[in-house]
Write a protein that binds this ligand. Structure first.
Ligand code: 16G
Ligand code: MG
Length: 534
């Protein structure tokens, strides 16, 4: 039989698909080729399979399916994916036949599966397994080779809209975004303190390859210098996750005061900015800062345009308290909080005409409702509008084309940030000044079974174990501006702890105290959390 199951480990389709050591994945890849084909027949449209483990170490790999509109796989199908991935070899045929009967009985429906992969050495052979699964089910596939996760999402939606969203090719992707980027610059005089240069940390992954290509499309409109472009190990001491979690710069990037840096993760769906200020302090501008930059600018454009469009911002519990305060009190933009994971943010954002969503870790984008898209498109030629209104609408229309609305896209997000900074005439310091982050700390705690912790209120409070929340509340009460929550990770076998407070010392101590509470009440294993100040 093809790709027999070689281990008994149970692996679930988590927040970002299946993710584990590459050698545990061949049979899962084969089965996901099968499932993707059944899904394509079921929805009578092309679907995607992306092979990547994002910011994880190079020895890991993973796979996730992309639904026809370029969105994440529907929840019911995540459950089917887990069932299929964990079936024994003997059960497999029967299970597949059952699924075909239930979801794809109209077996003549064509099935087209788009396949993309990241730069991991294991990705190519894992792709062969996916192809084998597709062929086994009589489906056809298109291999896009090494692409970023957001590129694959873009190809799927572009194909399924017959090119209305864009041309479903790499050239189409680069051209759509870079043309819009250059057009936006043409309608603005170059402004004040804006610096037309970004130093780019490619995490030694696909982002570096794709930024190299994007540079040729951008010509001189944006100067990008690329580091960690593949000569070193993927995600090792570099990339968005390394920078965010450690709150430090990546290795192998020349560091200079006042210069603007952007760092992306291994599959280029996350981005953060950072710089060194006048006192040579490392300053990070994370997903929250990106979200507030976008929300503030879009709010202004919508109000100048006079169009009746509601604008909202979606965050998770990880959003810095200062950002939430700034959004609701200063920008006066409605803000919603949802559980971690892009699918939750994306879904919520579609409730607004213009929905902006970002996780603090740098994953996010902007989505426009069909009504918003139509209004923006049609009112550009409305003769009853003033010049100022038309100009605002024109800018909104161009920004729509810079944005990859399907999912967070590091390269597209960089182009959007650079456009807004350009329009505002801001340096990175100006942007950073909008609000000051509360100091924060994230820790991990190893426990016997992470599922003993369940959460509610968009992961901000624990329901079980029963005494856990009361003890966390008691710890929080000791710290000024203290806030803390814990949740089981969806991608690693750990409990994550987040804490913020008035000073870095307090944030570190609060995180430590809460980690100890988790260790004691939720079945901690291995070494106890260590007091950071001892
Ligand atoms: C995945 C999610 C990301 C989330 C992270 C949380 C997608 C595409 N990616 O990488 O949004 O922030 O998981 O990881 O949904 P955690 O559950 O281990 O904290
Ligand atoms: Mg990623």
């Amino acid at each position: 039989m093809e790709y027999p199951r070689k281990h008994d480990k149970f692996i679930a389709y988590g927040t970002a698909g299946f993710r584990t050591r590459a050698e545990e994945l061949p049979h899962i890849m084969y089965r996901m080729g099968i499932l993707a084909t059944i899904r394509a027949k079921n929805v009578k449209a092309a679907v995607g399979v992306m092979i990547t483990a994002s910011h994880n170490p190079v020895v890991d790999n993973g796979v996730k399916l992309v639904d026809p509109k370029g969105d994440m796989l529907a929840h019911e199908w995540e459950l089917l994916a887990t069932e299929l991935a964990n079936a024994s070899d003997e059960e497999l045929d029967g299970m597949v036949q059952g699924m075909v009967k239930k979801f794809a009985s109209d077996s003549d429906a064509p099935a087209l599966v788009f396949i993309g992969r990241d730069t991991r050495p294991s990705s190519e052979s894992l792709m062969d397994a996916v192809v084998m699964g597709v062929e086994k089910m009589g489906g056809t596939f298109k291999n896009f080779g090494i692409v970023s996760t957001p590129q694959l999402h873009y190809f799927v939606v572009s194909h399924n809209t017959n090119g209305a969203y864009g041309e479903p090719t790499e050239a189409g992707y680069f051209k759509k975004m870079s043309d819009a980027f250059k057009k936006f610059r043409e309608i603005h005089p170059l402004n004040e303190k804006y610096a037309n240069q970004v130093i780019f940390d490619g995490a030694n992954g696909v982002g570096a390859h794709k930024m190299k290509v994007m540079k040729t499309y951008l010509e001189d409109s944006l100067k990008v210098e690329i580091f960690n472009s593949g000569e070193g190990e993927l995600n090792y001491m570099c990339g968005a996750d390394y920078v965010k979690v450690g709150q430090r710069p990546p290795d192998n990037v020349p560091l200079e005061r006042g210069v603007k840096y952007a760092t992306v993760d291994g599959d280029a769906d996350r981005v953060l900015y950072f710089f060194y200020d006048d006192s040579n302090t490392f300053c990070m501008l994370d997903g929250d800062k990106i979200a507030t930059l976008i929300a503030g600018y879009f709010k202004e454009l919508v109000s100048e345009s006079g169009l009746a469009l509601n604008l909202g911002l979606v965050q998770t519990a990880y959003a810095n308290g200062s950002s939430t305060h700034y959004i609701s009190e200063n920008l006066k933009v409605p803000v919603a909080c949802v559980p971690t994971g892009v699918k939750h943010l994306h879904h919520k954002a579609t409730n607004f005409d213009i929905g902006i969503y970002f996780e603090a870790n740098g994953h996010g984008t902007v989505v426009f409702s069909d009504i918003a898209t139509l209004k923006i498109r049609n009112s550009q030629n409305d003769t009853s509008m003033t010049d100022k209104q038309i100009m605002a609408i024109k800018k909104l229309a161009i920004l729509c084309d810079i944005i990859n609305q399907t999912v967070g896209d590091a390269i597209s997000d960089i182009l959007l940030v650079e456009s807004i900074l350009y329009a505002r005439g801001w340096s990175i310091e100006d942007w950073n000044k909008s609000y000051t982050d509360l100091p924060n700390r994230q820790l991990k705690v190893q426990v016997k079974d992470r599922n003993v912790i369940s959460t509610t209120d968009a992961e901000r409070r624990c329901q079980t174990p029963s005494e856990l929340q009361d003890e966390i509340d008691a710890a929080i009460a000791k710290y000024k501006f203290g806030r803390s929550f814990v949740r089981p990770s969806g991608t690693e076998d750990v409990i994550r702890v987040y804490a913020e407070a008035e000073s870095q010392y307090s944030a570190d101590m609060l995180a430590y105290e809460v980690a100890v509470i988790v260790y004691n009440l939720a079945g901690g294993v291995g070494d106890k959390p260590r007091n950071p100040r001892c």
